[in-house]
Unconditional design. Structure first.
Length: 290
């Protein structure tokens, strides 16, 4: 058997690379479907945060200068909850890396014809699909909320261009967060240790991303928000949820209602660089261990 035979599935002629990626991604989705508690943890908790914090902090919330007049805290907080759902799903998906190592599954994949890059890409593809699916479900809740006249942060008349751009941007964010979670989980041997790292790394990243509060009144906090890559994810989602963003705005020109936020082009570039760096570092870690 030559190398071409090893890298090709005989029955269908499918390259092993794509077959391996699809198999690993489908395994993540199947595992999620069988574990309903993951759906509750990744989606129900952020929704409760949105409802409770939105009601509790509405009276003391002061909208930033770039926000439209009369913006409620629930509307301001909505993009942050979308990011939180993506992050929670990435966290739960990353835990499977530790579980697969204990079960011996990863050792079997590492000695298979599937490359290290494809192993990482397969795990991240499944996690990204799950994260974006749950985020879209929450966006649907927000759209219904807006359709009934409540301010949720989603424009009830969002155009097709905005919806498509938002979906692609969410995929990019979810991929980067999944890669970051994979990179952390690969170096750990216990789920408890992963949760500890999550508490001191991932959650603070989300808290100082402008998701819960603007931070414009503090010089130090405003600089931390600018240096945090997740801040550009939140800002990009805010822009794309704005019903007045056109094709020109997606290309980089500010919308009139959100001039205080980073340009959309900047948001895309920062998140893309963050995602690529995390992915490459995850692949490098897998190669080092093997």
């Amino acid at each position: 058997m030559n190398s071409t035979d090893v890298r090709t599935d005989r029955s269908r002629g499918t390259p092993v690379a794509w077959l391996g990626i699809w198999t690993l991604a489908r395994r993540e989705i199947t595992r999620f479907v069988r574990q309903r508690s993951r759906f509750i943890g990744a989606l129900a908790q952020p929704i409760l945060f949105w409802l409770l914090f939105g009601a509790g902090l509405q009276g003391s919330f002061q909208a930033p200068d770039w926000a439209p007049e009369g913006t409620s805290y629930q509307a301001y907080f909505f993009p942050g909850i979308v990011l939180l759902i993506l992050m929670f799903t990435a966290i739960f998906a990353s835990i499977s890396v530790i579980e697969d190592r204990h079960e011996g599954f990863l050792q079997g994949v590492l000695v298979s014809p599937v490359s290290h890059r494809d192993l990482v890409l397969g795990k991240l593809t499944g996690a990204t699909g799950l994260a974006v699916g749950q985020a879209v479900f929450f966006l649907g809740i927000g759209w219904v909320w807006s359709a009934f006249g409540s301010a949720s942060g989603v424009q009830s008349d969002m155009g097709l261009l905005n919806a498509a751009a938002l979906l692609l941007f969410l995929c990019l964010i979810a991929f980067g967060l999944s890669a970051l979670g994979f990179m952390i989980a690969w170096r750990l041997d216990s789920v408890q240790g992963f949760h500890a790292i999550m508490s001191v790394v991932l959650m603070p990243m989300w808290l100082v991303s402008g998701a819960m509060f603007p931070g414009e009144d503090s010089v130090v906090l405003s600089w931390i928000i600018r240096l945090n890559p997740l801040s550009y994810g939140v800002a990009g989602v805010r822009r794309l949820l704005d019903g007045n963003i056109s094709a020109v705005d997606v290309a980089g020109v500010s919308s009139g209602q959100v001039q205080g936020l980073p340009e959309m082009t900047t948001c895309v570039v920062v998140i893309a660089v963050f995602s690529v760096c995390c992915f490459q570092m995850a692949v490098h870690q897998v190669r080092r261990v093997h």
